[in-house]
Design a protein around this ligand. Sequence first.
Ligand code: MRU
Length: 364
Amino acid sequence: MIRPVRYEGGVVHLLDQRRLPAEERWQACRSVEEVARAIETMVVRGAPAIGIAAAFGVALAAAGAARGRGGGALEPGGTPGEGAGLEEVVETALRRLAATRPTAVNLHWALARMEGRYRQMRSAGAGPDQVAAALEAEARAIQEEDLAMCLRMAEHGAALLPEGAQVLTHCNTGALATGGHGTALGVIRTAWRQGRLRHVWVDETRPVLQGARLTAWELQKEGIPHTLIVDGAAAAVMAAGRVDAVLVGADRIAANGDTANKIGTRMLAVLARHHGIPFYVVAPWSTVDPSLPSGDGIPIEERNPEEVTGFGGVRWAPAGTPVFNPAFDVTPASLITAIVTDRGILRPPYIEAIAARARRDEPG
Ligand code: MRU
């Protein structure tokens, strides 16, 4: 199974997704700053995978502080003493990693979990070595739990598809974007293994081409029949009756079900409604942000204009062309047929479904 993040010997190894499919090269991150830069530059990307990489970044910082190296070069100014140095190193790591990409809430969810474990260990009087070991175990748990959630979502989601389904997907929501298997692509993978999937339409996903480069690579490795289309071809294949369902992932789901995902997702949802095609969002519970009443409050990342004016060192737009490059858009809950989570399938009205599901899982 493809797993995009590995942690070995105090080093975070990331499969460099900027280079795929041309090259399968791993990038070694030995400091928090290197992990943060890797997230910002999309060496690692996809909401759950970003959270996993950041969790290992915190573990790396604590391990460095425990060894007296100030969190893997984040704080080169000295050897942290008992407690205080560790505290500073962990807090600085949490802050730096939280500031990398704004839209995917999984990043903040994973960092909050790492912080919680840190505070728990400190208040139990644990020393730096014990804290570092606990944080490494927590990051590994986040990664393994994400894989387990993906496998559960895949079972729930595959059951929604008709026999011989033709589906359309956007961006990359596969093993590369998660702890393994994938969210929307995990459903596709499982449906294929169950023999109920016929074909996948893969949106190229301008401007970073996660569909053309990453989803096509994953599907090809698995031998799943697929066809790459430009984003603008989605309406034509839907109109031709060649799409039975649209499956996408999510970066943040508000309490009312409004969903942020890769730019172009909202356009697909509008098209699906027009053509009478079900539109499914597939995401783990760590993507739900009940603190936001609606999608209006979701921060949308704007990325470098150069992603739009060219690619791979080739510029095609005239120099100085003004660019607007939002990396995500928000699909209103009213256009979503169902949200497939590891905790089951949510149906409208989402405000009630999400609140009920959250209440059911509250401890006690
Ligand atoms: O900018 P990216 O590549 O990190 O965006 C990824 C997406 O929008 C995915 O659809 C989303 O994170 C879900 S991945 C399981």
